[in-house]
Structures are given as C-alpha cells and as structure tokens.
Design a binder for this molecule. Structure first.
Ligand code: ZN
Length: 91
C-alpha cells in the first residue's frame, strides 16, 4: 500500500514537472517585448511589423518587405521596364 501511494506521489510529481517545464518552455519561446518584431524576407533585417508590408503566398507562407527593399524593387522594376520600352522604341 505504501508503495502504491509512493508511486502515485511520484507520478503526480513527474506530471507537475513535465507541465512546469512545458509552460516555461512556451514562455521562453516568445521573447518578451519582441512579439511585434519581424524580419524582412529580402534583407533579413528586423523591423517593427507595422513598418513592413505583408504578402501571403499560397495558403500559409507569409513574406514581409521593408520600405528599403520595396524602394529597391521599385527602382529595379522601373529600370527593367524602362530598358524594355527603349528597346521597343528603337525598333
Ligand atoms: Zn528589407
């Protein structure tokens, strides 16, 4: 009988330890004060999420773009399409 009670106490203690370890692990996985930060998908610099443009690709994949990368893309696009226009005009 004493052995059974001991086993039950041990089991409860073990379950408590597992539960405690789990909650601490969950709390540690999200660093406090950094939940609102996000990396730009292109330059990989960290920004506040409110400063990034969010685009979803497919069902679950999310991309974030910072102002600098969007500007660079825009300039690159203008250069590329500008060159295409010049080629067309040259014909
Ligand atoms: Zn960027």
């Amino acid at each position: 009988m004493a052995l059974t009670i001991g086993a039950v106490i041990l089991l409860i203690g073990l379950m408590f330890l597992i539960y405690y370890g789990y909650t601490v692990g969950v709390r540690r996985s999200v660093k406090p004060g950094r939940e609102h930060l996000q990396k730009c998908s292109l330059c990989l610099q960290t920004f506040e999420r409110s400063k990034l443009i969010e685009r979803q690709v497919g069902d679950s994949k999310l991309f974030y773009f910072c102002e600098e990368c969007v500007k660079n893309l825009s300039e690159e696009f203008e250069r590329a399409t500008g060159m295409a226009e010049r080629k067309n005009n040259g014909d």
